[in-house]
Design a protein around this ligand. Structure first.
Ligand code: UDP
Length: 331
């Protein structure tokens, strides 16, 4: 039996691979290395360079590696890029996922865990933490591309007896506390990564996109979850499926929001470095406030966050970023 991790050379995927190894799972990674790194895959893990949407390759891998579960991370993740290049997102996140699900169905892989996103909700109609039964109304092609895959997986699962868990991530940040992997993407756009780069002098300044939102301090509010807590939720989901669980969809976050300005202050304080912050116009596709109601995840699979602490999230991100600077691993 082995677990097939698509996108296992990427940021969240590589943390998942370590989590699975820590639980003595046999792991196979498929990754096309478009944004991931071969060196991020630990020794002892079977690596197949290729595309999660390549049905023939996936089917061959499922049979050769006796795959019983697919954990599907591969995809594109940048909201503003999805606005300027939507078809890339419908290709990478929707069309390729369709092929992967089809391969699972044909080969009888009946356990599937899918990386979805809070972007499926769009702008919440009510204030406060968002529940899974909120209206799904994505405001970006990124959110739409993921929602379409949620729908495909739900329908294919009904028709082909696939049991599944869909996890809607809020804002994932930080790095493995043991320093084994982290966010290594070059040209990163995500807030904490970019702010850490600025704090370590890898960028001359930080641009804040919008300070005129209807929030407490005018900047957007997000719910940041430490990547290790996120992959622990996937491990719990895997156990749920292995015990015969049928399906569920759950938010992944801490039910607490921090504004972009609060995050920047924290990065400055934790790093001890001041950096220049430039106030810039709003970025297309951004939602003012996104905070999870994470009750369902806790109650369904007994998930308990270990790193619900913004300072710790940022410290681990900074530690990894410094390592990248010194090792030049991101080159
Ligand atoms: N953000 C920013 N400057 C940056 C990167 C992000 O002001 O260089 C803001 C962005 O506009 C949004 C928040 O930080 O309000 C979170 O953005 P990110 O891209 O990290 O994640 P998203 O919520 O879009 O998935």
């Amino acid at each position: 039996m082995s677990v097939l991790v698509t996108g296992g050379a990427g940021y969240i995927g590589s943390h998942m691979v370590w989590e699975l190894l820590d639980h003595n799972e046999s792991v196979t990674v498929i990754d096309n290395l478009s944004t991931g790194f071969k060196w991020a895959i630990p020794e002892g893990v079977r690596f197949i360079e290729g595309d999660a949407g390549d049905m023939a390759l996936v089917e061959k891998t499922i049979s050769a590696r006796k795959v019983d579960t697919i954990i599907h991370f591969a995809g594109s993740v940048v909201v503003p890029e999805s606005v300027s290049d939507p078809l890339k997102y419908y290709e990478n996140n929707t069309a390729k996922s369709r092929n992967l699900i089809a391969a699972a169905a044909r080969m009888g892989v009946d356990q599937f865990i899918f990386s979805s996103t809070a972007a499926v909700y769009g702008e919440p109609a009510t204030t406060g933490p968002i529940r899974e039964d909120a209206i799904l109304n994505p405001m970006s092609p990124y959110g739409s591309s993921k929602l379409m895959t949620e729908i495909m997986l739900r329908d294919a699962a009904n028709a082909h007896d696939i049991r599944y868990v869909m996890l809607r991530y809020f804002n994932v940040a930080g790095a493995d506390p043991k320093g084994r992997t982290g966010q290594s993407t070059t040209g990163a756009t995500h807030l904490i990564k970019v702010a850490c780069e600025a704090a370590l002098g890898k960028r001359p300044s930080f641009q804040i996109f919008g300070t005129d939102y209807d929030t407490e301090d005018g900047s957007c509010v997000r719910d940041f979850i430490h990547v290790s807590d996120l992959v622990a939720a996937h491990q719990k989901a895997l156990e749920f499926l292995r015990e015969g669980g049928l399906k569920f969809t759950a938010n992944c976050g801490y039910s607490r929001g921090y504004s972009v300005l609060e995050v920047l202050e924290t990065v400055k304080r934790v790093s001890g470095n001041n950096f220049r912050v430039i106030e810039s116009p709003r970025r297309p596709g951004d939602i003012p406030s996104l905070v999870a109601n994470a009750h369902r995840l806790k109650s369904r699979v007994d998930w308990m966050p270990k790193y619900d602490d913004l300072d710790f999230i940022i410290q681990t991100a900074l530690d990894w970023e410094s390592r990248l600077v010194s090792n030049r691993k991101s080159a």
